[in-house]
Design a protein around this ligand. Sequence first.
Ligand SMILES: Nc1ncnc2c1ncn2[C@@H]1O[C@H](COP(=O)(O)OP(=O)(O)O)[C@@H](O)[C@H]1O
Ligand SMILES: [Mg+2]
Length: 394
Amino acid sequence: MRTQLLFFDKQYFDFYKKLKSEEGKEIISVTDGLLNFEKINEVDENYQIVDISSLVSLDRIQYNAELVLPKFPYDTIFIADNKHKELFEYELRYCFENFIDIDSIEDIEVEYNVVDNSIKTKKLNHKRIIDLNSEEIQDFNDLFSNHIYGHEKFKDDFSELIRNFRVFNKLGEHKILSLFLMGDSGVGKTEVARAIHKSLGGKSKLAKINFGNYSSDNALNSLIGSPRGYIGSEAGEIFIKIKESDIGVILIDEFEKSNSTLFNYFLDVLESGKMVSSMAEEIDLNGFIIIFTSNISKEEFPKRISPELRSRFDYKGYFMPLFHSHKEKFVEFRIKNIIEKFNTNFDFELPENIATDILYRINVGQYKNMRDLNKKIKDTFVKSVMELLVKKDG
Ligand SMILES: Nc1ncnc2c1ncn2[C@@H]1O[C@H](COP(=O)(O)OP(=O)(O)O)[C@@H](O)[C@H]1O
Ligand SMILES: [Mg+2]
């Protein structure tokens, strides 16, 4: 009995083969050994890996496998096409103790980075949406939904996007999930990024870049660092922000404020899943979510953002002002929050009905921007407390 049979994904076979050949190993087929047992004696377990996929074509797989496999040197590595996984797991249950997938993408990328040493690759330890199991994803969706008021259609779309992203990312076909959120100020675009960060358990600050600060000709240099040798050459803001964060989320605020050099840079980042600094340092953003926000209107969108870039975003959404009921919920939640903070800091008993009283005093219909509404909540709270104090003293 051997310890393990490794299953490969056909899609990555060539890559796997190339990698192994760089380690000095070649992949041979079990077929030769089946035709001529003598050949098996020549197999070198240190330099040869045996692909046993062709066993499927035999009539009596179990019988033949049990006959031929023990003849190979003890430490031989056996691999097989994962297409036949179920069949092999059954037929070869007396030949192998374990059946394991070569986690193609993960393993290959790690090894690949080692092979390619022209660029220093930074391995990040960020928690990403693709790191969650299906139970944790459920929790994530719930947390996210509760954090963001309204935008129900977006929430549904987003949870579907995540589901697909996790599958296609695993297949190596989708590296970064990108969202482009438009809409008026104060409707929750930036809050979406904060909510993802929080719902993934973020403890550090969210990696946030405001493109409003990057409109000059020299913007790309300040963002990704200036080339070696230049005065003030140092790591760019975006690398610093990403390294300081613990979660695989990046927020690019006011995206439209920047220029085409930066647009093209991001086009490349989304395509390659990597960010390369001008110091030739590279960070792997595989599995990251990047949220781009913008205050431009739907009509402006095609004028300001190039077709290439537009088509590159996985999701483009326009955020409408919140509905009345959602704004009321927001107010309720904020008041509760403020009262809690107040109670821990002040030794003054607030009347029980203060929350409903404040809610009653605020006409949410007057506010489209939740920032303004938030300010109104604070003002109203302070006013109410002042009135109570006056009453108490008087
Ligand atoms: N849909 C929402 N859900 C929860 N909070 C929101 C929502 N919209 C706005 N807010 C609140 O209003 C503030 C401003 O929202 P923000 O997301 O920064 O607006 P913008 O759309 O301009 O990016 C946030 O700090 C947040 O507390
Ligand atoms: Mg914003």
